[in-house]
Write a protein that binds this ligand. Sequence first.
Ligand code: H79
Length: 465
Amino acid sequence: MGKGMSPKIILRAICILVLLTGFMMCTHSNEQENQTAVETQEQHDQRMSWWRDARFGMFIHWGLYAIPAGEWEGEINHAEWILTTAQIPVKEYENFAKEFNPAQFNAQQWVNTAKNAGMKYIVITSKHHDGFCLFDSKLTDYDVVDATPFKRDILKELSEECYNQGIKLCFYHSIMDWHHPDYLPRRKWESRSEEGADFDRYVQHMKGQVKELLTNYGEIGVLWFDGEWEDTWNRERGIDLYDYVRSLQPSIIINNRVGKGREGMAGTYDPEQALGDFGTPEQEIPSTGLGYDWETCMTMNDHWGYNKHDDNWKSNKDLIQKLVDIVSKGGNFLLNVGPTAEGLFPEPSIKRLNAIGKWMEVNGESIYGTSASLFSDLKWGRSTTKGCKVYLHVFEWPENRTLEVPGLKERADSVYLLQNPEASLTIEYNDTGALIQVPEDAPDPYVSVIALKFATTPGLLGTLH
Ligand code: H79
Protein backbone atom coordinates (compact mmCIF):
# COMPACT_ATOMS: atom_id res chain seq x y z
CA MET A 1 0.00 0.00 0.00
CA GLY A 2 1.54 3.23 -1.02
CA LYS A 3 4.33 3.49 1.48
CA GLY A 4 4.29 -0.15 2.61
CA MET A 5 4.98 -1.58 -0.78
CA SER A 6 7.62 0.88 -1.82
CA PRO A 7 10.96 -0.78 -0.90
CA LYS A 8 10.53 -3.67 -3.31
CA ILE A 9 9.02 -1.51 -5.99
CA ILE A 10 11.72 1.10 -5.59
CA LEU A 11 14.35 -1.63 -5.98
CA ARG A 12 12.65 -2.68 -9.18
CA ALA A 13 12.62 0.91 -10.29
CA ILE A 14 16.32 1.34 -9.65
CA CYS A 15 17.06 -1.81 -11.66
CA ILE A 16 14.97 -0.52 -14.52
CA LEU A 17 16.60 2.87 -14.37
CA VAL A 18 20.08 1.36 -14.32
CA LEU A 19 19.21 -0.70 -17.37
CA LEU A 20 17.91 2.38 -19.07
CA THR A 21 21.12 4.41 -18.67
CA GLY A 22 21.00 7.39 -20.89
CA PHE A 23 17.43 8.10 -19.93
CA MET A 24 16.86 10.58 -17.13
CA MET A 25 13.23 9.64 -16.84
CA CYS A 26 11.29 6.54 -17.74
CA THR A 27 9.92 7.07 -21.19
CA HIS A 28 6.48 5.56 -21.53
CA SER A 29 7.08 3.54 -24.64
CA ASN A 30 4.16 1.26 -23.90
CA GLU A 31 1.14 1.19 -21.62
CA GLN A 32 2.57 -1.51 -19.39
CA GLU A 33 5.37 0.53 -17.95
CA ASN A 34 5.52 0.41 -14.19
CA GLN A 35 4.35 3.82 -13.12
CA THR A 36 4.18 2.93 -9.43
CA ALA A 37 7.96 2.94 -9.47
CA VAL A 38 8.35 6.49 -10.69
CA GLU A 39 5.96 8.11 -8.23
CA THR A 40 7.51 10.15 -5.44
CA GLN A 41 5.96 10.28 -1.98
CA GLU A 42 4.80 13.78 -2.77
CA GLN A 43 3.14 12.68 -5.99
CA HIS A 44 1.54 9.79 -4.12
CA ASP A 45 0.17 12.10 -1.44
CA GLN A 46 -1.13 14.40 -4.15
CA ARG A 47 -2.92 11.52 -5.88
CA MET A 48 -4.47 10.32 -2.59
CA SER A 49 -5.40 13.79 -1.45
CA TRP A 50 -9.10 14.00 -2.49
CA TRP A 51 -9.74 10.50 -1.17
CA ARG A 52 -8.14 11.22 2.20
CA ASP A 53 -10.24 14.36 2.53
CA ALA A 54 -13.47 12.69 1.45
CA ARG A 55 -13.68 10.15 4.28
CA PHE A 56 -17.18 8.98 3.36
CA GLY A 57 -18.44 7.26 0.22
CA MET A 58 -21.32 5.17 -1.07
CA PHE A 59 -20.95 1.61 -2.30
CA ILE A 60 -23.65 0.47 -4.71
CA HIS A 61 -24.17 -3.23 -5.41
CA TRP A 62 -26.53 -3.56 -8.32
CA GLY A 63 -26.98 -6.18 -10.95
CA LEU A 64 -29.21 -9.04 -12.11
CA TYR A 65 -29.23 -10.43 -8.56
CA ALA A 66 -31.59 -7.62 -7.57
CA ILE A 67 -34.34 -9.52 -9.42
CA PRO A 68 -34.47 -12.65 -7.23
CA ALA A 69 -33.85 -10.18 -4.37
CA GLY A 70 -32.14 -12.78 -2.22
CA GLU A 71 -34.72 -15.58 -2.52
CA TRP A 72 -34.34 -18.83 -4.45
CA GLU A 73 -36.44 -21.96 -4.06
CA GLY A 74 -37.59 -20.97 -0.60
CA GLU A 75 -34.11 -20.09 0.65
CA ILE A 76 -34.00 -16.41 1.56
CA ASN A 77 -30.41 -15.69 2.49
CA HIS A 78 -28.92 -14.99 -0.94
CA ALA A 79 -27.80 -11.74 -2.54
CA GLU A 80 -25.12 -10.82 -5.10
CA TRP A 81 -23.61 -14.29 -4.69
CA ILE A 82 -26.87 -16.05 -5.61
CA LEU A 83 -25.53 -17.70 -8.76
CA THR A 84 -23.08 -19.64 -6.62
CA THR A 85 -24.88 -19.88 -3.29
CA ALA A 86 -28.06 -21.20 -4.97
CA GLN A 87 -26.04 -23.08 -7.61
CA ILE A 88 -27.94 -21.61 -10.54
CA PRO A 89 -26.52 -22.75 -13.88
CA VAL A 90 -25.07 -19.83 -15.86
CA LYS A 91 -27.54 -20.33 -18.73
CA GLU A 92 -30.47 -20.14 -16.34
CA TYR A 93 -29.05 -17.11 -14.51
CA GLU A 94 -28.70 -15.32 -17.86
CA ASN A 95 -32.50 -15.26 -18.09
CA PHE A 96 -32.62 -12.58 -15.40
CA ALA A 97 -31.18 -10.21 -18.01
CA LYS A 98 -34.41 -10.42 -20.03
CA GLU A 99 -36.27 -9.22 -16.95
CA PHE A 100 -33.92 -6.42 -15.98
CA ASN A 101 -35.95 -3.28 -16.58
CA PRO A 102 -35.49 -0.82 -13.70
CA ALA A 103 -37.98 1.77 -14.92
CA GLN A 104 -37.55 3.89 -11.80
CA PHE A 105 -33.80 4.24 -12.06
CA ASN A 106 -32.92 7.90 -11.81
CA ALA A 107 -29.22 8.75 -11.73
CA GLN A 108 -29.90 12.29 -10.59
CA GLN A 109 -31.77 11.02 -7.53
CA TRP A 110 -29.18 8.42 -6.63
CA VAL A 111 -26.31 10.86 -6.79
CA ASN A 112 -28.32 13.46 -4.93
CA THR A 113 -29.11 11.00 -2.14
CA ALA A 114 -25.42 10.21 -1.75
CA LYS A 115 -24.49 13.86 -1.81
CA ASN A 116 -27.12 14.81 0.77
CA ALA A 117 -25.80 12.06 3.03
CA GLY A 118 -22.45 13.85 3.00
CA MET A 119 -20.79 11.26 0.79
CA LYS A 120 -18.09 12.46 -1.59
CA TYR A 121 -17.74 9.47 -3.87
CA ILE A 122 -19.73 6.57 -5.25
CA VAL A 123 -18.29 3.13 -5.97
CA ILE A 124 -20.68 1.14 -8.16
CA THR A 125 -20.42 -2.42 -9.43
CA SER A 126 -19.51 -2.13 -13.11
CA LYS A 127 -19.36 -5.92 -12.90
CA HIS A 128 -19.74 -8.29 -9.93
CA HIS A 129 -18.63 -11.93 -9.79
CA ASP A 130 -21.67 -12.96 -11.89
CA GLY A 131 -20.07 -11.25 -14.92
CA PHE A 132 -23.05 -9.04 -15.82
CA CYS A 133 -21.99 -5.51 -16.79
CA LEU A 134 -23.87 -2.33 -15.89
CA PHE A 135 -22.27 -0.55 -18.84
CA ASP A 136 -22.25 -0.86 -22.61
CA SER A 137 -19.25 -3.10 -23.16
CA LYS A 138 -18.24 -3.79 -26.73
CA LEU A 139 -16.42 -6.89 -25.48
CA THR A 140 -19.50 -8.79 -24.35
CA ASP A 141 -23.23 -8.87 -24.98
CA TYR A 142 -23.80 -9.72 -21.35
CA ASP A 143 -24.43 -6.14 -20.38
CA VAL A 144 -27.31 -3.82 -19.59
CA VAL A 145 -27.47 -2.33 -23.09
CA ASP A 146 -27.22 -5.52 -25.14
CA ALA A 147 -28.94 -8.10 -22.95
CA THR A 148 -31.80 -6.30 -21.19
CA PRO A 149 -35.00 -4.54 -22.24
CA PHE A 150 -33.73 -1.48 -20.34
CA LYS A 151 -30.96 -0.79 -22.89
CA ARG A 152 -29.62 2.26 -21.03
CA ASP A 153 -25.97 2.57 -20.05
CA ILE A 154 -26.33 3.01 -16.30
CA LEU A 155 -22.72 4.01 -15.77
CA LYS A 156 -22.96 6.65 -18.48
CA GLU A 157 -25.97 8.26 -16.80
CA LEU A 158 -24.28 8.09 -13.41
CA SER A 159 -21.04 9.54 -14.74
CA GLU A 160 -22.89 12.56 -16.09
CA GLU A 161 -24.77 13.11 -12.83
CA CYS A 162 -21.68 12.64 -10.70
CA TYR A 163 -19.90 15.20 -12.82
CA ASN A 164 -22.82 17.64 -12.51
CA GLN A 165 -23.09 17.23 -8.75
CA GLY A 166 -19.38 17.13 -7.94
CA ILE A 167 -19.26 13.53 -6.74
CA LYS A 168 -16.34 11.29 -7.70
CA LEU A 169 -17.49 8.24 -9.62
CA CYS A 170 -15.60 5.01 -8.93
CA PHE A 171 -15.99 1.48 -10.22
CA TYR A 172 -16.01 -1.86 -8.43
CA HIS A 173 -14.87 -4.40 -11.00
CA SER A 174 -14.58 -8.02 -9.99
CA ILE A 175 -11.59 -9.93 -11.25
CA MET A 176 -13.76 -13.02 -10.88
CA ASP A 177 -16.25 -13.81 -13.63
CA TRP A 178 -18.57 -16.79 -13.33
CA HIS A 179 -20.03 -16.09 -16.75
CA HIS A 180 -17.01 -15.73 -19.03
CA PRO A 181 -16.05 -19.07 -20.63
CA ASP A 182 -12.31 -18.37 -20.23
CA TYR A 183 -12.52 -17.57 -16.53
CA LEU A 184 -11.07 -20.27 -14.29
CA PRO A 185 -11.59 -22.03 -11.99
CA ARG A 186 -15.15 -23.21 -12.53
CA ARG A 187 -17.33 -23.58 -9.44
CA LYS A 188 -17.16 -27.15 -8.16
CA TRP A 189 -20.89 -27.77 -8.65
CA GLU A 190 -20.92 -26.53 -12.26
CA SER A 191 -21.37 -28.79 -15.27
CA ARG A 192 -19.54 -26.45 -17.71
CA SER A 193 -16.28 -28.04 -18.75
CA GLU A 194 -12.94 -26.27 -18.41
CA GLU A 195 -11.83 -27.54 -21.79
CA GLY A 196 -10.67 -24.81 -24.14
CA ALA A 197 -10.78 -22.19 -21.39
CA ASP A 198 -7.78 -19.89 -21.35
CA PHE A 199 -7.28 -17.70 -18.29
CA ASP A 200 -4.71 -15.48 -20.01
CA ARG A 201 -7.27 -14.72 -22.68
CA TYR A 202 -9.75 -13.87 -19.93
CA VAL A 203 -7.28 -11.42 -18.41
CA GLN A 204 -6.90 -9.72 -21.80
CA HIS A 205 -10.69 -9.47 -21.98
CA MET A 206 -10.90 -8.00 -18.48
CA LYS A 207 -8.18 -5.47 -19.29
CA GLY A 208 -10.15 -4.52 -22.38
CA GLN A 209 -13.17 -3.83 -20.20
CA VAL A 210 -11.07 -1.84 -17.77
CA LYS A 211 -9.94 0.23 -20.75
CA GLU A 212 -13.57 0.86 -21.70
CA LEU A 213 -14.37 1.91 -18.15
CA LEU A 214 -11.41 4.27 -18.02
CA THR A 215 -11.91 5.87 -21.42
CA ASN A 216 -15.69 6.22 -21.83
CA TYR A 217 -16.85 7.62 -18.48
CA GLY A 218 -14.59 10.56 -17.78
CA GLU A 219 -12.23 10.76 -14.87
CA ILE A 220 -12.71 7.86 -12.46
CA GLY A 221 -11.79 8.27 -8.78
CA VAL A 222 -11.09 4.70 -7.72
CA LEU A 223 -10.91 1.32 -9.35
CA TRP A 224 -12.02 -1.13 -6.69
CA PHE A 225 -11.05 -4.70 -7.61
CA ASP A 226 -12.30 -7.83 -5.87
CA GLY A 227 -11.96 -11.59 -6.19
CA GLU A 228 -8.16 -11.61 -6.11
CA TRP A 229 -8.13 -14.57 -3.73
CA GLU A 230 -8.79 -17.12 -6.46
CA ASP A 231 -5.87 -19.45 -7.25
CA THR A 232 -5.67 -18.28 -10.86
CA TRP A 233 -4.77 -14.76 -9.71
CA ASN A 234 -1.26 -13.90 -8.55
CA ARG A 235 0.88 -10.94 -7.62
CA GLU A 236 2.48 -10.65 -11.06
CA ARG A 237 -0.92 -10.36 -12.69
CA GLY A 238 -1.80 -7.80 -10.03
CA ILE A 239 1.23 -5.63 -10.75
CA ASP A 240 0.51 -5.79 -14.45
CA LEU A 241 -3.15 -4.79 -13.91
CA TYR A 242 -2.24 -2.03 -11.46
CA ASP A 243 0.21 -0.53 -13.93
CA TYR A 244 -2.21 -0.88 -16.81
CA VAL A 245 -4.91 1.00 -14.91
CA ARG A 246 -2.48 3.78 -13.96
CA SER A 247 -1.30 4.00 -17.57
CA LEU A 248 -4.88 4.74 -18.62
CA GLN A 249 -5.63 7.23 -15.84
CA PRO A 250 -2.43 8.18 -14.00
CA SER A 251 -4.25 9.93 -11.13
CA ILE A 252 -6.61 7.08 -10.34
CA ILE A 253 -6.56 5.30 -6.98
CA ILE A 254 -6.64 1.49 -6.86
CA ASN A 255 -7.60 -0.69 -3.90
CA ASN A 256 -5.43 -3.49 -2.57
CA ARG A 257 -7.51 -6.34 -3.99
CA VAL A 258 -5.63 -5.99 -7.22
CA GLY A 259 -2.89 -8.18 -5.73
CA LYS A 260 -2.44 -10.83 -3.08
CA GLY A 261 -1.90 -10.47 0.63
CA ARG A 262 -4.60 -8.11 1.79
CA GLU A 263 -5.64 -7.81 5.42
CA GLY A 264 -8.28 -10.13 6.79
CA MET A 265 -7.63 -12.95 4.32
CA ALA A 266 -5.85 -16.23 4.93
CA GLY A 267 -2.19 -15.35 5.26
CA THR A 268 -3.20 -11.86 6.43
CA TYR A 269 -1.56 -8.60 5.51
CA ASP A 270 2.01 -8.83 4.34
CA PRO A 271 3.70 -5.55 3.40
CA GLU A 272 6.04 -7.39 1.04
CA GLN A 273 3.09 -8.80 -0.86
CA ALA A 274 0.91 -5.74 -0.56
CA LEU A 275 -0.14 -3.95 -3.68
CA GLY A 276 -2.51 -1.07 -4.34
CA ASP A 277 -3.16 2.25 -2.71
CA PHE A 278 -5.40 1.41 0.22
CA GLY A 279 -6.52 -1.46 2.43
CA THR A 280 -10.06 -2.80 2.39
CA PRO A 281 -11.34 -4.22 5.69
CA GLU A 282 -14.72 -5.71 4.81
CA GLN A 283 -17.60 -5.60 7.30
CA GLU A 284 -15.19 -4.74 10.08
CA ILE A 285 -13.51 -1.78 11.71
CA PRO A 286 -9.92 -2.39 12.77
CA SER A 287 -9.24 -1.83 16.47
CA THR A 288 -6.59 0.79 15.64
CA GLY A 289 -5.30 2.62 12.58
CA LEU A 290 -3.41 0.42 10.13
CA GLY A 291 -0.32 2.47 9.32
CA TYR A 292 -1.45 2.83 5.72
CA ASP A 293 -4.49 4.23 3.94
CA TRP A 294 -7.61 2.11 4.41
CA GLU A 295 -11.33 2.06 3.87
CA THR A 296 -13.87 -0.05 5.70
CA CYS A 297 -16.70 -1.16 3.44
CA MET A 298 -19.90 -2.19 5.18
CA THR A 299 -23.54 -3.00 4.60
CA MET A 300 -26.44 -1.25 6.37
CA ASN A 301 -28.14 -4.63 6.85
CA ASP A 302 -26.57 -8.05 6.24
CA HIS A 303 -26.36 -8.17 2.45
CA TRP A 304 -24.60 -6.19 -0.29
CA GLY A 305 -27.06 -6.92 -3.09
CA TYR A 306 -30.76 -6.24 -2.46
CA ASN A 307 -32.39 -8.83 -0.21
CA LYS A 308 -36.11 -8.24 0.29
CA HIS A 309 -36.21 -10.32 3.49
CA ASP A 310 -33.28 -8.72 5.28
CA ASP A 311 -34.54 -6.22 7.81
CA ASN A 312 -31.58 -6.39 10.15
CA TRP A 313 -30.79 -2.72 9.65
CA LYS A 314 -28.15 -0.92 11.66
CA SER A 315 -29.50 2.09 13.52
CA ASN A 316 -28.72 5.72 12.60
CA LYS A 317 -26.72 6.00 15.79
CA ASP A 318 -24.71 2.88 15.06
CA LEU A 319 -23.89 4.04 11.53
CA ILE A 320 -22.88 7.55 12.59
CA GLN A 321 -20.74 6.17 15.41
CA LYS A 322 -19.14 3.74 12.98
CA LEU A 323 -18.29 6.60 10.63
CA VAL A 324 -16.76 8.56 13.50
CA ASP A 325 -14.91 5.52 14.83
CA ILE A 326 -13.38 4.82 11.41
CA VAL A 327 -12.38 8.42 10.76
CA SER A 328 -10.87 8.72 14.25
CA LYS A 329 -8.56 5.85 13.23
CA GLY A 330 -7.59 7.46 9.96
CA GLY A 331 -9.84 5.41 7.69
CA ASN A 332 -12.59 6.01 5.15
CA PHE A 333 -16.14 4.61 5.36
CA LEU A 334 -17.72 3.09 2.26
CA LEU A 335 -21.33 2.44 3.15
CA ASN A 336 -23.38 0.17 0.92
CA VAL A 337 -26.77 0.49 -0.75
CA GLY A 338 -28.33 -2.41 -2.66
CA PRO A 339 -30.96 -0.96 -5.02
CA THR A 340 -34.06 -2.91 -6.01
CA ALA A 341 -34.79 -4.35 -9.45
CA GLU A 342 -37.06 -1.34 -10.05
CA GLY A 343 -34.05 0.94 -9.65
CA LEU A 344 -34.83 2.35 -6.22
CA PHE A 345 -32.77 2.60 -3.06
CA PRO A 346 -34.58 0.63 -0.32
CA GLU A 347 -36.58 2.95 1.92
CA PRO A 348 -34.69 1.96 5.13
CA SER A 349 -31.42 2.87 3.38
CA ILE A 350 -32.77 6.27 2.35
CA LYS A 351 -33.94 7.00 5.90
CA ARG A 352 -30.52 6.22 7.31
CA LEU A 353 -28.71 8.21 4.63
CA ASN A 354 -30.92 11.19 5.38
CA ALA A 355 -30.20 10.96 9.11
CA ILE A 356 -26.46 10.73 8.50
CA GLY A 357 -26.72 13.68 6.11
CA LYS A 358 -28.44 15.82 8.70
CA TRP A 359 -25.72 15.00 11.20
CA MET A 360 -22.99 15.69 8.63
CA GLU A 361 -24.48 19.06 7.76
CA VAL A 362 -23.74 20.20 11.31
CA ASN A 363 -20.71 18.08 12.13
CA GLY A 364 -19.06 17.35 8.77
CA GLU A 365 -16.26 19.74 9.65
CA SER A 366 -15.07 17.17 12.21
CA ILE A 367 -14.97 14.43 9.53
CA TYR A 368 -13.77 15.80 6.16
CA GLY A 369 -10.06 16.32 5.77
CA THR A 370 -9.35 15.32 9.35
CA SER A 371 -6.57 13.15 10.73
CA ALA A 372 -6.70 10.33 13.24
CA SER A 373 -7.17 10.93 16.95
CA LEU A 374 -4.27 12.31 18.96
CA PHE A 375 -5.57 10.42 22.00
CA SER A 376 -4.90 6.75 22.53
CA ASP A 377 -8.12 6.16 24.39
CA LEU A 378 -11.18 8.21 25.29
CA LYS A 379 -13.69 6.32 27.36
CA TRP A 380 -16.68 8.42 26.26
CA GLY A 381 -16.06 8.53 22.51
CA ARG A 382 -13.64 9.42 19.75
CA SER A 383 -11.61 12.34 18.42
CA THR A 384 -10.22 13.73 15.17
CA THR A 385 -7.96 16.66 14.38
CA LYS A 386 -7.57 19.17 11.59
CA GLY A 387 -5.21 22.13 11.46
CA CYS A 388 -5.46 24.01 14.74
CA LYS A 389 -8.55 22.16 15.86
CA VAL A 390 -9.29 19.05 17.85
CA TYR A 391 -12.77 17.54 17.68
CA LEU A 392 -14.23 15.48 20.48
CA HIS A 393 -17.03 13.09 19.46
CA VAL A 394 -19.03 12.28 22.55
CA PHE A 395 -20.87 8.95 22.31
CA GLU A 396 -21.69 8.78 26.02
CA TRP A 397 -22.69 12.10 27.46
CA PRO A 398 -21.31 12.63 31.00
CA GLU A 399 -23.94 12.50 33.74
CA ASN A 400 -22.07 14.96 35.95
CA ARG A 401 -21.87 17.61 33.21
CA THR A 402 -18.08 17.32 33.15
CA LEU A 403 -16.24 15.83 30.20
CA GLU A 404 -12.79 14.58 31.12
CA VAL A 405 -10.13 14.95 28.44
CA PRO A 406 -7.07 13.12 29.75
CA GLY A 407 -3.73 14.21 28.34
CA LEU A 408 -4.88 17.60 27.15
CA LYS A 409 -2.60 20.20 28.71
CA GLU A 410 -2.21 22.80 26.02
CA ARG A 411 -4.56 25.76 26.47
CA ALA A 412 -7.33 25.96 23.91
CA ASP A 413 -8.33 29.42 22.67
CA SER A 414 -11.95 28.40 22.38
CA VAL A 415 -14.15 25.42 23.14
CA TYR A 416 -17.65 25.03 21.74
CA LEU A 417 -20.26 22.62 20.43
CA LEU A 418 -20.22 22.36 16.64
CA GLN A 419 -23.98 22.75 16.61
CA ASN A 420 -23.74 25.96 18.62
CA PRO A 421 -20.42 27.70 17.91
CA GLU A 422 -21.58 30.97 19.47
CA ALA A 423 -21.76 29.51 22.98
CA SER A 424 -18.36 28.91 24.55
CA LEU A 425 -17.92 26.02 26.96
CA THR A 426 -15.87 26.42 30.11
CA ILE A 427 -12.62 24.46 30.25
CA GLU A 428 -10.29 23.90 33.21
CA TYR A 429 -6.92 22.22 33.32
CA ASN A 430 -5.46 19.96 35.97
CA ASP A 431 -2.47 17.62 36.32
CA THR A 432 -3.87 14.94 34.09
CA GLY A 433 -5.62 16.92 31.42
CA ALA A 434 -8.69 19.08 31.01
CA LEU A 435 -12.28 19.20 32.20
CA ILE A 436 -14.96 20.68 29.97
CA GLN A 437 -18.25 21.84 31.47
CA VAL A 438 -21.08 20.70 29.20
CA PRO A 439 -24.88 21.14 29.13
CA GLU A 440 -26.96 18.67 31.10
CA ASP A 441 -28.40 16.81 28.13
CA ALA A 442 -26.60 15.53 25.07
CA PRO A 443 -27.35 18.08 22.37
CA ASP A 444 -27.33 15.44 19.61
CA PRO A 445 -29.14 12.09 19.87
CA TYR A 446 -26.30 10.25 18.08
CA VAL A 447 -22.93 11.93 18.57
CA SER A 448 -22.37 15.42 19.96
CA VAL A 449 -19.20 17.12 18.78
CA ILE A 450 -17.09 19.58 20.75
CA ALA A 451 -14.46 21.63 18.94
CA LEU A 452 -11.30 22.93 20.58
CA LYS A 453 -9.41 25.64 18.78
CA PHE A 454 -5.71 26.15 19.49
CA ALA A 455 -3.28 28.87 18.53
CA THR A 456 -1.13 26.34 16.75
CA THR A 457 -1.46 22.83 15.33
CA PRO A 458 -2.02 20.66 18.40
CA GLY A 459 -0.40 17.62 16.84
CA LEU A 460 2.91 19.47 16.93
CA LEU A 461 2.66 20.32 20.59
CA GLY A 462 3.35 16.79 21.71
CA THR A 463 1.16 17.20 24.77
CA LEU A 464 -1.61 14.80 23.84
CA HIS A 465 -1.32 11.07 24.36
O1 H79 B 1 -18.99 -7.31 -3.17
C1 H79 B 1 -19.08 -7.72 -1.83
C2 H79 B 1 -18.98 -9.20 -1.70
O2 H79 B 1 -19.84 -9.88 -2.60
C3 H79 B 1 -17.55 -9.42 -2.02
N1 H79 B 1 -16.86 -8.28 -1.46
C4 H79 B 1 -17.84 -7.32 -1.05
C5 H79 B 1 -17.37 -5.91 -1.25
C6 H79 B 1 -17.06 -10.69 -1.53
N2 H79 B 1 -16.82 -11.69 -2.31
N3 H79 B 1 -16.40 -12.66 -1.60
N4 H79 B 1 -16.36 -12.30 -0.37
C7 H79 B 1 -16.77 -11.05 -0.25
C8 H79 B 1 -15.92 -13.16 0.68
C9 H79 B 1 -16.61 -14.47 0.52
C10 H79 B 1 -17.71 -14.73 1.29
C11 H79 B 1 -18.38 -16.00 1.15
FE1 H79 B 1 -20.29 -16.26 1.08
C12 H79 B 1 -18.75 -16.83 2.22
C13 H79 B 1 -18.70 -16.64 -0.04
C14 H79 B 1 -19.39 -17.83 0.26
C15 H79 B 1 -19.41 -17.94 1.65
C16 H79 B 1 -21.13 -14.49 1.66
C17 H79 B 1 -21.76 -15.52 2.30
C18 H79 B 1 -21.30 -14.70 0.28
C19 H79 B 1 -22.02 -15.84 0.15
C20 H79 B 1 -22.32 -16.36 1.36
